[in-house]
Design a binder for this molecule. Structure first.
Ligand code: GLC
Length: 446
């Protein structure tokens, strides 16, 4: 058989149920499109750690509380005021297009009625029920995409290698059977979640304790995308996955990665901690969000509901304020692409998908009412304030007829259009944006 024939024979089998991983293929870019357009997701860390208000899983791993006492929290994890419809409304109204919920954190406590293991909200907590199903239903009803967070490690499971920072149970090479037993449990839960909830995105965590081969990452990727090749995977899969997940620290450079999502806490904790009142203000959250948009990434903003299922007031407030801003500025948030270099505008910017509208995000009230844009070679058709439509005036300086230097554009922003958070200015260009890149020399003809 010649090479071409071998390739042709292989083709059909490759097309079925294959995890789309090649980042330069059209299928990959197509599957990532909604994610790239979405810009905002809400992360939910909910678990028994909310009872004492201690750090999720890490509190016993680091020895701040014994494992036994940590698990005692299950007794007061009531979820008695849990209103998944209200959660989903808050998420939708914040302007988020997807949400990622912790189905199982590193502590191994599952929030659904899993058939694998006994540590779950149905069999082993005061809540006595599956908490994931009603949330998934409420989310899907509102047309939001679903992401499931799943921790690969399970520090409570006796068959797992690690228990706490000081206690390692065993080494895989010493007891492969035991490790296989653990993997059977993990695969069982993952397949169960996949079947039950059919998520759009998987958010793995904790890969650092083992390599891809040990986790059987390829097997996981292949069964989780078997019936849905467009499923998206984050990159915490020991070197695999579709997009990067910087955490808390926003990338400084615009050239960071094509697809990424910054996960970020509202205060300093993922889960609910009553002692942590170090909340960012809505403006500070929007600072970070705008930064993500201008660098072409998403923000996955975290909330940590209380053990009874209520969402802390400060968190609700941030979601609502964020919603006011995203709704007003929808055209400059969703479907945008990363902006232009800071040499052209001293601040965050983004472009419409077709690159013909430039959005300028203005945090403060400009001195003398003007903002300054430089080196845009296109003719500017129109400038307006996003969300209220006011047309703005501009004035071009330093533009001469004998060379192509496009000059400096001053755009005047009247005080009455200034937004409480960020004012967004749309600059509608003739054609795709064309940035002037030459250096100008002496004027030789005058
Ligand atoms: C880290 C932490 C974990 C948290 C996650 C969120 O991996 O271990 O506690 O859930 O980040 O990104």
């Amino acid at each position: 058989m010649n090479k071409l024939l071998i390739c042709l024979c292989l083709l059909p089998s490759l097309a079925i149920g294959q995890y789309v991983s090649k980042t330069d293929t059209i299928q990959y870019q197509q599957k990532m499109e909604w994610f790239k357009d979405a810009k905002l997701g809400i992360f939910i860390h909910w678990g028994i750690y909310a009872v004492n208000g201690i750090s999720e899983s890490w509190s016993f791993y680091n020895g701040y509380i014994s494992h036994k006492d940590y698990l005692e929290q299950t007794k007061n994890f009531t979820a008695k005021n849990y209103q998944p419809e209200h959660w989903a409304d808050l998420i939708k109204n914040s302007g988020a297009k997807y949400s990622v919920i912790t189905t199982k954190h590193h502590d191994g406590f599952a929030l659904w009625d899993t058939k694998f293991g006994n540590l779950n909200s149905k069999n082993n907590s005061a809540a006595k029920k599956d908490l994931i199903s009603p949330f998934v239903k409420a989310l899907k009803k509102r047309g939001l995409k679903l992401g499931l967070y799943y921790s690969l490690p399970d520090w409570s499971n006796k068959d797992y290698t690690h228990h706490t920072r000081t206690i390692t149970r065993y080494k895989i090479t010493d007891d492969e059977k035991r490790w296989k037993r653990f993997l059977k449990y993990n695969h069982g839960q993952l397949k169960e979640l996949n079947k039950k909830y059919n998520p759009d995105l998987w958010w793995f965590d904790g890969d650092w304790e083992h390599n891809a081969e040990e986790w059987e990452v390829n097997t996981i990727l292949s069964y989780l995308s078997e019936n849905k090749p467009e499923t998206i995977f984050n990159s915490r899969l020991s070197g695999n996955g579709d997009y990067s997940t910087p955490e808390i620290g926003i990338p400084l450079y615009r050239r960071y990665a094509d697809y990424w999502e910054l996960c970020m806490t509202m205060n300093d904790s993922w889960g609910y901690q009553q002692n942590d009142n170090n909340y960012k203000t809505p403006l500070q959250i929007i600072d970070i969000f705008v930064d993500c948009i201008s660098k072409g990434g998403n923000l996955l903003l975290d909330i940590g509901p209380k053990a009874d299922g209520t969402i802390p007031a400060q968190q609700e407030n941030i979601l609502k304020e964020l919603g006011k801003w995203t709704n007003k500025h929808a055209e400059a948030v969703y479907n945008t692409r990363k902006g232009i270099p800071y040499e052209y505008f001293y601040g965050p910017t983004a472009l419409s998908k077709d690159s013909t509208t430039l959005y300028l995000y203005v945090r403060d009230t400009p001195k003398d009412g003007n903002i300054v844009l430089k080196g845009i070679s296109n003719r500017i058709n129109r400038i307006y304030t996003v969300g209220n439509g006011t047309l703005l005036k501009d004035k071009i300086f330093c533009k001469v007829s004998w060379n192509s230097y496009p000059g400096i554009t001053y755009i005047n922003i009247p005080e009455q259009v200034i937004d409480n958070y960020y004012t967004v200015i749309a600059v509608v260009l003739e054609g795709k944006i064309n940035l002037y890149k030459k250096n100008s020399g002496a004027i030789e003809s005058n």
